[in-house]
Design a protein around this ligand. Structure first.
Ligand SMILES: [Fe+2]
Length: 495
């Protein structure tokens, strides 16, 4: 399928194979500086006031030993402060035991999702994976927390990004309860909802409700099936929605006895069903369950209720091959993702809460994509627009190089192509001050630019999807990574 032609944009032959490679490389330096205003292309909007906290996978190896999966590199937090038209950039590794001890030893000491400790079975037997704190970062209840779905949050100082320590909500999370990297904030109450999956061979789904002050108010653990992986979920005003794909750890002893990594011990069984579980948002009671033919997906979009029907958006792909593909990014150079043939596409699920009937269909105009975002005030309510990253045939389709805007009312898709040799992180939507239009705002992301061999902070007009309002150059690359969020708080004050 030629996506570029489909959208009326001439397809370009592939050029600069491997030009994204520096985006996978380790960034050792930790910096903190105001960007020279004269170096900015365009103008930094003065109605943006706040901080983008964005995680990335800062380190892909230790000594001469490469990590075995994108998910196993060490977490680095980037803080982009925008205030009065000025921009400050800061980055710092999360000092987890994995980071600290491996730095001292200069070799791999911890198992990961797809990484084994070199040395065979005895080195890995009965060893739990190390928390890489590399997947997301949130600011809630006065705490800045770096997240990784298999373990506890790591608390950071929001001004300096210095690591304070592992955080369990003052005992609100039990020692066996992980805290996923995809919590959802209810913009109306300030409550944060999250979950974790843990247990071998019978995993439990742990559901948490945390009030705006950061206190755990509900903590519910229940068995919902042998589903070993759940990366994300969605909330409506009254429900939590989990999409549980048939990825099962059917050979747990191989993992426990150190014979294989977690990833190698999990099988996607396409003869089984993908289950959607709807819970009461207040207490985690199961309200309804639905089954679909097997599909896989990491991320969900938004959810909302109209009458008896619960609508939820989720990225869907037939197989789980992407997990294997992400094993190669540090080791093999020039991975060709063939994203439009194999990538996940946003689907809208319609779940009748009364009859139990359910259906799904692809969102009109959607290209394969990842990292969906929407206006934060719309979480749990109907949102007209969803923005998400994609990979288009712009000459360098080697990592996320474009952003798609989906209009759920008209079915139109609008694309921002960052251009040949430019690769973007997840974008965060920032509303334009004083505007009530749902798409009136900015998409803020960090883009690796191969022509400069460095990264830049890019602000795109989220409404027209054409204008790069400001391009703010950095003097180094920022490694590829995952998630973060934009907050109105400013912790760095202009000189
Ligand atoms: Fe994610």
């Amino acid at each position: 399928m030629n996506i570029a032609l489909q959208k009326g944009i001439p397809s370009k032959p592939r050029v600069h194979p491997g030009c994204e490679l520096q985006g996978w490389e380790t960034l050792y330096d930790e910096t903190s500086l105001w960007i020279d205003a004269a170096a900015v292309k365009g103008e930094v909007p003065t109605d943006i006031e706040g901080t983008l906290f964005l995680s990335c996978v800062g380190r892909n190896k230790i000594g001469d030993q490469q990590y075995g999966h994108f998910f196993d590199g060490d977490g680095m937090i980037n803080a982009v402060t925008i205030t009065n038209g000025r921009v400050h950039y800061k980055n710092r590794y999360v000092r987890t035991p994995k980071y600290v001890n491996e730095t001292a030893a200069q070799r791999i000491l911890y198992r990961g999702v797809g990484t084994q400790i070199p040395g065979g079975m005895l080195k890995n037997m009965f060893r739990a994976p190390g928390n890489a704190a590399n997947t997301s970062v949130i600011l809630h209840g006065g705490k800045l927390l770096a997240l990784w779905e298999g373990g506890k949050p790591w608390e950071l100082n929001p001004t300096t990004l210095e690591t304070i320590g592992e955080y369990n909500y003052e005992g609100g999370l039990a020692s066996s309860q992980p805290f996923s990297a995809h919590p959802r904030l209810d913009p109306r109450t300030g409550s944060l909802y999250n979950f974790g999956v843990f247990g071998v061979p019978k995993p439990k789904l742990h559901f948490y409700r945390i009030d705006s002050s950061g206190e755990v108010r509900a903590n519910r653990s229940q068995y919902v099936g042998d589903y070993s992986m759940c990366h994300d979920f969605a909330i409506s005003e009254n429900y939590a929605v989990f999409v549980l794909c048939p990825a099962f750890m059917r050979r747990p002893f191989r993992f426990l006895f150190g014979l294989s990594s977690i990833l190698e011990s999990i099988d996607f069984d396409d003869a089984e069903k993908t289950k959607i579980v709807v819970m009461n948002l207040e207490n985690g009671d199961i309200v309804k369950e639905y089954e679909f033919d097997a599909f896989f997906g990491f991320h969900l979009g938004n959810a909302h209720v109209e009458g008896d029907e619960l609508f939820v958006d989720a990225l869907c792909v037939d197989q789980m091959d992407v997990m294997d593909g992400l094993s190669d990014v540090f080791a093999e150079r020039g991975v060709d993702f063939r994203f439009q043939e194999n990538g996940a596409v946003l689907n809208r699920f319609t779940l009748n809460l009364n009859s139990g009937c359910a259906s799904r269909s692809p969102v009109n105009g959607a290209l394969a994509g990842e990292f969906p975002v929407w206006h934060p005030d719309k979480t749990g309510l109907e949102n007209r627009y969803t923005w998400l990253g994609t990979i288009v045939e712009n000459g360098t389709p080697y990592w996320f190089n474009a952003m798609q805007k989906l209009d759920h009312h008209t079915g139109e898709m609008t694309l921002h192509d960052y251009g040949e040799g430019r690769f973007t992180s997840e974008a965060n939507f920032i509303r334009r001050a004083g505007s009530n239009a749902e798409d009136d705002g900015y998409l803020l992301s960090i883009v690796y630019n191969h022509a400069r061999r460095k990264s830049e902070i890019v602000i795109v007009d989220a409404q027209d999807m054409q204008t790069e309002v400001a391009v703010i150059p950095l003097e180094h690359h920022v490694p590829f990574g995952f998630h973060g969020g934009f907050y109105n708080e400013v912790f760095e004050h202009a000189p």
